[in-house]
Design a protein around this ligand. Structure first.
Ligand SMILES: *Cc1c(COP(=O)(O)O)cnc(C)c1O
Length: 452
């Protein structure tokens, strides 16, 4: 189990060779390959050792049978190509295998991760007492935010606690509520306006009516870039309402958060800096590999108070070298997550991320205009960040067929949703590997499929 130096070099070289072929092949790889029958991926491990070459080949086979989410012509869901340098960071982090669930055993690496979180707090203009934790994604971050809000404002579980969302809020809020023990009637679905943004006046009326009926409104959610359409709620107005009514304002910036680096994004996301908690997925708008989320809380003490715990088995490391990650979320043991952010941010520099996001905004603006000008397509909504939606003028069946025809080309991959009940196709520019030629190719594929 502990290969010698020569074997280590050999295996690392073989792995590097695989990775090199994969990355170099992305430019021309099919956008999806789901038709092929899956191979035999279910074989149990053998009693005797296998061959790394064979195993890499099987891994390659399993990898190919997929949507090419790492490639430049992936425009579905939220593309996150996965930074190569995050992969290098993960290799380093797992091989040194430091324990970072609590700060004591590896205070240096914990401080390094806190420096990334502090940088995120600054990016969102949160005050000095702010803090947070890296999670696997926005779903877990949202659960911690909801739990912290309930502890802080309701003093723990309370059947009267009430949460405010819209039909376009990501389902992770309802899921978190369910996991936290709320029943469905704890959730109020606030109406939206014609552009799908939360109707803040309607939210205010619901909150007051609920309170008059003896409920305890406590959690108001604003979405900074919705999953279906990329729509940004009026965050500053929501912050005002939350302040006036004494609610916890949670901003879901899972998709939109990274755009805070750009001038245009800052303008669109105005008000997010007043949130009590913010979820943000670097595995969306910072191009990181899947499994990288952030929870930021305006007052870190509130997050810590909600999650802190102690056990005699941890007494050796009861030293105060900064907040333990275990006290800021549900996990104790975790992989060392900080390096997959720290290394790319320091190696590429922040301007590289800003430039990439500005490029995505430009590309999305261009794509939106081209789609909207096509007489065979309907573009029903404005574009806030880098999501455009469209459908066929022929109705749902025609749109569904259009989506199938586009993806069947295997040149690009798009995903779909429903907007106001209507089958709708999404076009999202977000991968760091996507540039003008890829967008032009995509527009050509879409327009050709719509002409049929
Ligand atoms: C993706 C997304 C989520 C869920 O995030 P995960 O990282 O998949 O858990 C929540 N909110 C919004 C707006 C999203 O786009």
């Amino acid at each position: 189990m502990e290969p010698d130096r020569e074997t280590r070099r050999e295996w690392t070289a073989a792995t590097t060779e695989f990775v090199e072929n994969f990355v170099a092949g992305l430019e021309n790889a099919p956008a999806s390959d789901l038709e092929r029958r899956p191979g035999d991926f279910g074989a149990p491990p053998p009693e005797e050792p296998g061959e790394l070459g064979d195993l890499l080949a099987r891994f390659g086979d399993a990898t190919a049978h997929a949507v090419e989410t790492a490639g430049p012509r992936y425009f579905g869901y939220f593309p996150a190509g996965g930074l190569y340098t995050s992969g290098l960071a993960d290799l380093l982090a797992t091989i040194v295998n430091r324990y970072t669930g609590v700060a004591g055993p590896a205070p240096g690496l914990v401080a390094l991760e806190h420096s990334v979180i502090r940088w995120f707090c600054d990016l969102f203009d949160l005050p000095p007492g702010a803090g947070g934790v890296l999670t696997t994604g926005a779903s877990v971050a949202t659960l911690s935010a909801l739990h912290a809000a309930r502890e802080d404002l309701l003093g723990g579980p309370d059947d009267r606690g009430t949460i405010y969302v819209t039909e376009h809020t990501h389902y992770c809020v309802a899921k978190a509520a369910r996991v936290a023990g709320f029943t469905a009637d704890a959730i109020r679905v606030v109406p939206v306006d014609h552009a799908l943004r939360i109707d803040v006046g309607a939210a205010a009326e619901l909150i007051r009516a609920d309170r008059a009926r003896g409920r305890r409104p406590f959690f108001l959610v604003g979405t900074a870039g919705s999953t279906s359409t990329g729509t940004v709620d009026p965050l500053a107005d929501l912050a005002d309402l939350a302040a006036a009514e004494g609610l916890w304002f949670h901003a879901d910036a899972a998709y939109g958060g990274g755009f805070r680096l750009t001038d245009r994004g800052r303008a669109v996301l105005r008000g997010v800096e007043r949130a009590d908690s913010i979820t943000f997925d670097p595995h969306k708008s910072l191009f990181l590999p899947f499994g990288t989320g952030v929870l930021l809380v305006r007052d870190q003490q509130r997050l810590r108070a909600a999650h802190t715990a102690s056990g005699a088995y941890l007494q050796d490391f009861n030293v105060d070298v900064g907040p333990d990650f275990a006290d800021l979320g549900p996990e104790l043991t975790r992989e060392y997550r900080g390096l997959r952010l720290w290394l790319p941010l320091h190696l590429h520099g922040v301007a590289a991320f800003r430039d990439q996001l500005d490029e995505k905004l430009d590309l999305s603006e261009h794509a939106h205009a081209v789609l909207a000008a096509d007489e065979n397509l309907v573009v029903p909504l404005p574009r806030d960040l880098t999501v455009s939606v469209f459908h066929s003028p022929g109705g749902d069946a025609a749109t569904e067929l259009l989506a199938k025809r586009i993806n069947a080309t295997q040149r690009i991959y798009l995903s779909s949703t429903r907007v106001a009940g209507r089958f709708t196709i999404r076009f999202v520019v977000l991968s760091h590997r996507t540039h003008r030629p890829h967008v032009d190719e995509a527009l050509e594929v879409i327009r050709a499929a719509a002409r049929v």
